[in-house]
Design a protein around this ligand. Structure first.
Ligand code: SF4
Ligand code: SF4
Ligand code: FES
Length: 318
């Protein structure tokens, strides 16, 4: 079976898309296809890889618009998924491109420093006794320690596409949850304070990072866990936390959102007043009517049960 590769090239400021033709071999990965192009057709093509075993994270690229670990994903799988014999290969999104499929990781690594990525052990630990931890305590963060820094989550992050200046990359939140959930950590509030300042509540909750992570680490879930921890550590005096609390209270009390008070509760009177033009638009479209009061959903008891069950399920999963 033949395939077409359309590879986005970028060399010394010049961009173009280059076509290559290949014969697909059984079990051929995208990385093997790229390697065959480089070895047999075009030695000028640049990409990165190392372990070829889904461990090092160096080989992630975008294929037909979605981030993939190129040493793991099979060409045939993608051709079936997209019902095509043409794969378009690009560098990861939301990264600066250095050359062809090679992206610049330095600014991303630098943001990890913002969350103080070290654990100071609790005072009860000592050189003599070590830092003991039960299997249950280890299981709370085990998953998040498996990040291979492949960048797939960043590539498809909608918040990062809009603005990366006021937001950490999804994998940095994964790293933060790995540290915050570690029972040996003397001061998880240090990491929590840092991530609140670095954009925790700015996540769009679009779940793209979770859908694209080749290790199934659920960065969006890590972000939700971190938000919960900010409440537990009383770091909830900010717009995002107040907004979440206001929504929770409205849904628990009445089963409906009180749009006329939501902004006041989240941002305070002065900031809410600045949003008066938006309130007028909501009133015009009928989404908000302060004269009608706050309606109670007739299914409020069912809604309260759903909230309680969700809370119990979330505790069980911890
Ligand atoms: S859920 Fe948040 S972190 Fe994940 S991709 Fe969407 S905006 Fe980015
Ligand atoms: S969280 Fe997943 S997608 Fe993101 S860098 Fe780590 S392994 Fe890759
Ligand atoms: S080459 Fe290491 S993860 Fe793909």
């Amino acid at each position: 079976m033949d395939m077409n590769l359309k590879i986005h090239r970028f060399v010394e400021g010049k961009k173009w898309v280059q076509d290559y033709k290949l014969t697909v071999k059984t079990g051929m990965t995208v990385l093997e296809a790229l390697t065959e192009v480089k070895e047999k057709q075009d030695p000028t093509l640049s990409f990165t890889c190392s372990c070829r075993s889904s461990i090092c994270g160096a080989c992630a690229v975008r294929v037909n618009g979605n981030a993939e670990l190129s040493c793991e994903v099979l060409v045939e799988t993608l051709m079936k998924r997209y019902k095509t014999d043409t794969l378009v290969i690009e560098p990861l999104g939301n990264f600066k491109v250095i050359r062809d499929l090679v992206v610049d990781w330095d600014p991303k690594y630098a943001t990890i420093k913002k969350i103080k990525p070290v654990i100071e052990p609790k005072k009860e630990f000592s050189l003599e006794t070590g830092c003991k931890q039960s299997p249950e305590e280890f299981n709370k963060f085990k998953k998040y320690a498996k990040c291979i820094l492949c960048g797939s989550c960043v590539s498809e992050c909608n918040k990062s596409a809009l603005n990366q200046e006021d937001f950490l990359s999804p994998f940095v939140f994964v790293k933060a949850e790995r540290l915050v959930a570690d029972s040996r950590n003397r001061s998880p509030q240090e990491q929590l304070k840092a991530i609140v300042e670095a954009g925790l509540w700015r996540c769009f909750n679009c779940q793209e990072c979770t859908a694209k992570c080749p290790k199934g680490l659920d960065p969006a879930g890590a972000i939700e866990k971190l938000k919960e921890s900010t409440f537990a550590h009383k770091l909830d005096d900010n717009v995002g936390a107040r907004h979440a609390k206001a929504i929770y209270d409205d849904i628990s009390d009445s089963g409906t959102l009180d749009e006329s008070k939501l902004n006041i509760k989240s941002e305070g009177l002065i900031m809410a007043a600045l949003r008066a033009p938006m309130a007028v638009r909501l009133m015009r479209t009928g989404k908000m009517n302060p004269m009608n009061g706050h309606p109670v959903n007739p299914e409020i008891e069912t809604i309260r049960k759903i909230v309680k069950n969700a809370e119990a399920a979330s505790k069980e999963a911890e």
